[in-house]
Design a binder for this molecule. Sequence first.
Ligand SMILES: Cc1cc2nc3c(=O)[nH]c(=O)nc-3n(C[C@H](O)[C@H](O)[C@H](O)COP(=O)(O)OP(=O)(O)OC[C@H]3O[C@@H](n4cnc5c(N)ncnc54)[C@H](O)[C@@H]3O)c2cc1C
Length: 812
Amino acid sequence: MLESILAALVVFLVFGFFGLAIGWWTLAAAALLFYLSSVMAFSGVTNVVLASLFIAVAAVLNVRWLRRKVLTDRILAVYRRILPDMSQTEKEAIDAGTVWWDADLFSGKPDWNKLLAVPEPRLSPEEQAFLDGPVEELCAMCDEWEITHEHQDLPPRAWQFVKDKGFLGMIIPKQYGGLGFSALGHSAVVQKLATRSSTAAISVMVPNSLGPGELLLHYGTGEQKNHYLPRLAKGLEIPCFALTSPEAGSDAASIPDYGVVCRGVWQGKDVLGMRVTWDKRYITLGPIASLLGLAFRLYDPEGLIGGEKDLGITCALVPTNTPGVNIGRRHMPLNAAFQNGPNSGKDVFMPLDWIIGGREYAGKGWMMLMGCLAAGRAISLPTSAVGGAKALVRFVGAYARVRSQFKTPIGRLEGVEEALGRIAAHCYMMDATRIMTAGAVDRGEKPAVLSAIAKYHMTERARQCVNDGMDIVGGKGICLGPNNWIGRGHQIAPVAITVEGANILTRTLIIFGQGAIRCHPYVLREMRAAKELQGEEASREFDDAFTSHAGHVLRNGIRTFVLSLFPGLGPAPRNAAADTKHYYRHVSRLSAAFAFLADISMLAMGGALKRKEKISGRLGDVLSMMYLVSATLKRYEDQGRIKADLPLVRWAVRDALHRAQEAIEGILSNFPVKSVATLLRWIIFPRGKRLRPPLDSRNRECARIALEPGATRDRLTAGMYLPKGEHATAVLEAAFLAAVAGEPIDKKLREARKQGLDPENALSVLSPEELAQWQRKEALRKQVIKVDDFPQDFDRAELALDAKAHVAAKAA
Ligand SMILES: Cc1cc2nc3c(=O)[nH]c(=O)nc-3n(C[C@H](O)[C@H](O)[C@H](O)COP(=O)(O)OP(=O)(O)OC[C@H]3O[C@@H](n4cnc5c(N)ncnc54)[C@H](O)[C@@H]3O)c2cc1C
């Protein structure tokens, strides 16, 4: 009897694991019932009752028409009542963009072979030539200390170069005179600039992100495209995009800025136009923009262009020399020098033709913004974060080898090693994510959820890397000046955290909130059936989505349990490297657990889950960690499984897997229904929490990569600007190489001193060549550890004199 029940359990687990259709379950249940009735010798009446019950339940579950009438139509009615109404802006945000690998991770059964079959994204020869030519030149022109301290802007020569070489039109197709770069090419340019000057990177990234260029490409009228795109491509226009208002930051859809449709005089003619009033702040490039992309709410109280009085958010292109437009004042974002400031206008009259896409697109601004958000968000900030991390690996690693304390390069002290190894491993994972996400954009995806993951996690990791870097560099990182190559990066890190969707909101509201609806195989279909369809059509669609959803939950629950008991059963790609195969299996298990947990959370908390941001944030973390691990494993495969990179892969993957496990633990510990949490814990962790954080020995291997000159360090920091000339970072690199090459000489000197020689006389044990090499190394080392100091008034008097002389010269 016991054996039979166990056998039945195994059969059901197998059916659930492979997600077999309801018919198979019914057959198996019938067989079990038949067996039980014969073994237990039920009476005739009991048999008849049991058989009738079984037939009734089986009929309801298997006969679609009956199931709808008895079951799913009733559920649909309840669902309609409890499903909160969605605003138009929420609908547009959810409809925006596409889903790709995120949908696989959400399914509980990611198809690894599909992921690994995606070709590795590559730069075109033209993009590479641009990186080796103009980008290299622009980097050489930029000295971040001069920019931030002296010019408070890019130098005029650099600005002109940016415009002339087409940096502002990388995403504009060639037919309009732009560079027509791929997302990967665009990302490579921003990354390289970010390794040298965040001011240059931001100034270039903004016009290539969400703004006039991108909006015109997708929605502009022919006339608008032909007029503006060539001008934007050639830098004849400096664009900005103004959405944020003092009253509407994160909740950007609630902007109070408004326009009213009316008649007015434009260039001597009476035309239909709008009178627009706005007050914006934080607008990047705003103070120097010639073309203002402006978002406002458009009203048509007199019905001059249509039926609706409140047409909704509208985007227009406003030349900033239009009378009534106020620009020019600047904010000072943490001492960074990129142009950023407020702008405003009161009752500024403008023709309807200025609406992007013309009057047909009046009121469609939110849809346009949401539709275009993903591409820019996938590139700009994630990429500059990677640039920052690469610069940190190279410079902090070099510094940790040059700087010694306790007679040891600080990079070899375990505490420092820990922080340095973290920077190196994060950098590998961040670069892998950059490349996979940009590749997705190039294949036509508009990755709404993946771009949010990339934005959030890359900027957070960059912040952690720069914090680690600052700790390693110590006082030298704190005292600003031309010799400090890290302080400005540390100051500016929060900017990336706040812009393009502030990070707390991105984590807690977008990644899971949007992902759950968008990537889930059935939730959106159920919602549409409930809210958008009627009658028979709604009933059929809901029945299909709901029953598939129920099967999906059951399958994922069983898969989670089985894969937790037997991790070796987790799917992995056919041809994955032996070194990394188990990581794929872990993600397969986490994916099933995540999908199951997401469904149970939605079921248990319903609409309230939206407000339970601590839970939805952690669900988002699990999804994000799986994405980051996928990108890292794919990168390892794409690059041909380079063994020397394996420590970076291992540390980064184990760290992310462990974080995912801890996020699940956080959800279970705080789950509002305790009995459900206990059940979930049995299913998800039947053998306890088995994922461990990365080992210290791996961390050491990662730190060594940053501490040793060579191919692995070069590969990890590939694509960055390698400093030249007298710049502090060029001296650092030279000092690093000299320190490594000079270690045998240092050893000889140490031994001489152990024999009792004083520092001066110990030098006599060196040959003339060794002495020269040691002296050069020492000179470089001293330069590297040097910290800037300034006169009492920080040269203000001198600067004031210079300014006076400048004014006098101008007047003359
Ligand atoms: C340097 C800089 C450049 C910028 N460039 C531009 C630009 O070019 N164009 C433009 O239009 N805007 C720009 N912005 C604006 C930027 O997009 C906003 O700063 C951002 O949207 C956040 O708005 P806020 O600063 O008003 O913060 P708030 O909206 O006041 O948010 C404060 C905090 O609350 C959190 N929060 C808010 N709502 C929620 C929620 N529902 N759940 C959880 N947490 C929440 C946020 O995450 C944040 O941590 C820029 C900002 C800066 C600082």
